[in-house]
Design a protein around this ligand. Structure first.
Ligand SMILES: Cc1cc2nc3c(=O)[nH]c(=O)nc-3n(C[C@H](O)[C@H](O)[C@H](O)COP(=O)(O)OP(=O)(O)OC[C@H]3O[C@@H](n4cnc5c(N)ncnc54)[C@H](O)[C@@H]3O)c2cc1C
Length: 489
């Protein structure tokens, strides 16, 4: 999805994007036990960073400052060997740790006050143009991958935020503006190299460790081991068409337009991936913006978009541009530098089209909020996402899934946190009667009562079995990791 934390192609003009107060900077004094002697690893393998070290602060920022923690030790691993040694060290010393890549976990599931095993030193990218393959270190950002691929006329289907890390993104699924034409990021995964709880390096692919490979495609990060490298199938792509069109509408007209988008977006030609954004425009009005990308013809795209523009006249005209793949990435990405803010998000998968009462409830809940205070990002599904069987990978939301709604709010002053959390909770609560209780693991939400069922649905039992097989002592544990048993209702 195009993300509202980024300036990018569209952002409610009054939403903050940059400097934000950090709500949690350091653990309380005495909360972290002293560390044992560090493993004897050379600088070629690892960079150890403690709070007193000069470069410590450079690696600290996380996307959600509300969840940022300052670790007693960050080990920026540059080799697979270093990852294996660090796993062995934290396990044998019984240390609390987290695994960190891009640091975009909404709930800070990659944050620790103890040890951060940080894979951002694993940043090699090897493109094999002849075979349409990329082999990437698990610490690379999406933008690093996009630019390496674009230089060879290739592309990858993944999200729009340039600083999201490949590790969390791919292992949780990965939805982007090529999702309906090329599937989720995890669908291209041919092999993941993973350091397991015994510090063994496993090659997980279709024939070796196939259950682990299955789990790496949608099971989420931080549950089975530490991925060090991904081999991903990519595809040639030179130009794409990006589009955007906006409306400012009464609630009734907004509901009418949303119903038309809902009919169209999950069933449109798979060339086209669209996102509908719904937000408050003040004075009880609703702002809606449909953005997206097509790998098909401009005439097809324009003809398809008439399904929306014919319903209500746009307040700003439809824009369609043909852009080189990397320019399209930049169009949706906005600034390429790492950005942090205070934020909260929740998500719902819509598995059958929303009845008109549900759409009306959405508009009624959004309209009273201050302009820019919340945005509902609706990512269309269907197309190639739906071509993969629901049990073929751990990612369960396949055929029949209509779209994913993300209820998102970002702000810059800690003093505003309670009000923003309340807005998100109120809109989410208004939608409960209409939702099946399915959520996206990459939009993690600590408020969920039964996160495991919400994220993984019918794939949960197999994920639990993979967890029992590869991490029976639950070494790789965070607040929403795959559990060792299926929760009872
Ligand atoms: C600004 C922004 C934009 C976003 N845009 C999109 C989007 O367009 N589409 C979309 O689908 N999602 C999007 N997301 C959600 C994003 O995909 C998830 O937050 C993702 O998990 C982030 O991965 P990361 O590596 O950056 O995060 P991290 O916080 O580093 O890690 C996320 C999880 O993976 C684990 N992990 C990290 N590295 C490894 C590893 N090497 N091996 C095993 N586990 C590991 C962590 O422990 C944590 O549990 C966005 C998020 C933000 C904040």
């Amino acid at each position: 999805m195009e993300h509202p934390l980024r300036v990018g192609e569209f952002l409610p003009s009054d939403a903050p994007v940059a400097a934000a107060d950090a709500e949690i900077a350091a653990p309380p004094a005495g909360a972290v036990a002293p560390l044992p002697p560090l493993p004897n690893l050379p600088a070629a393998d690892v960079q150890f960073l403690r709070p007193q070290d000069a470069r410590y602060a450079d690696y600290l920022p996380a996307a959600n400052k509300r969840k940022q923690l300052a670790p007693a030790l960050r080990a920026v691993c540059k080799t697979e060997h270093a990852v294996a040694v660090m796993v062995d060290w934290v396990r044998s010393n019984g240390l609390s740790f987290a695994v960190r890549c891009g640091g975009h976990s909404y709930e800070g599931l990659s944050q620790s006050s103890g040890v951060a095993i940080d894979v951002r030193g694993l940043k090699q990218i090897v493109v094999d143009k002849a075979s349409n393959l990329v082999t990437a270190g698990s610490g690379v950002s999406l933008y690093a991958l996009y630019s390496a691929l674009a230089a060879q006329g290739l592309a990858l289907q993944a999200g729009s935020c340039p600083t999201v890390g490949i590790s969390g993104h791919l292992t949780g699924g990965g939805h982007g503006l090529l999702a309906r034409s090329h599937g989720l990021t995890c669908d291209g995964l041919l092999q993941a190299n993973v350091v397991d709880a015994q510090a063994r390096v496993l090659r997980a692919n279709a024939t070796s460790e196939p259950d682990l490979w299955w789990a790496c495609r949608g099971g989420g990060g931080g549950s089975f081991g530490i991925a060090t490298e991904f081999k991903i199938e990519v595809f040639p792509l030179k130009t794409t068409r990006v589009f955007g069109v906006s409306w400012k509408l009464s609630q009734a007209h907004a509901a009418q337009l949303f119903a038309a988008w809902q009919d169209w977006a999950p069933n449109a030609p798979s060339n086209i991936t669209s996102i509908m954004k719904v937000g408050p425009a003040g004075q009880g009005l609703i702002t809606m913006r449909c953005i997206g990308q097509s790998v098909g013809s401009e005439s097809e795209l324009r003809s398809e978009l008439r399904r929306l523009t014919a319903v209500r006249p746009p307040s700003s005209a439809l824009s369609v541009q043909s852009l080189a793949f990397l320019d399209a990435v930049k169009h949706f990405a906005g600034p390429l530098a790492y950005e942090s803010g205070l934020m909260k998000a929740k998500s719902d998968y819509v598995l059958t089209p929303l009845a008109s009462e549900g759409i009306e409830a959405m508009m009624a809940a959004v309209a009273p909020i201050v302009s820019g205070g919340i945005v509902l990002l609706c990512d269309s599904y269907g197309g190639r996402i739906a071509d993969v069987a629901a049990d073929a990978t751990a990612f369960p939301r396949r055929a029949g899934t209509q779209y994913c709604i993300q209820y998102f709010s970002s702000w810059s002053r800690s003093a505003d946190t309670a009000a923003h959390l309340a807005d998100v909770a109120r809109v989410y609560a208004a939608m409960r009667p209409f939702m099946p209780g399915a959520s996206y693991v990459n939009y993690c939400d600590l408020d969920l009562d039964d996160y495991a069922s919400a994220y993984w649905g019918d794939n949960l039992a197999r994920l639990v079995a993979v967890k029992q097989q590869y991490d029976p002592d639950d070494l790789f544990h965070h607040a929403q990791s795959v559990p060792l048993s299926v929760p009872t209702a």
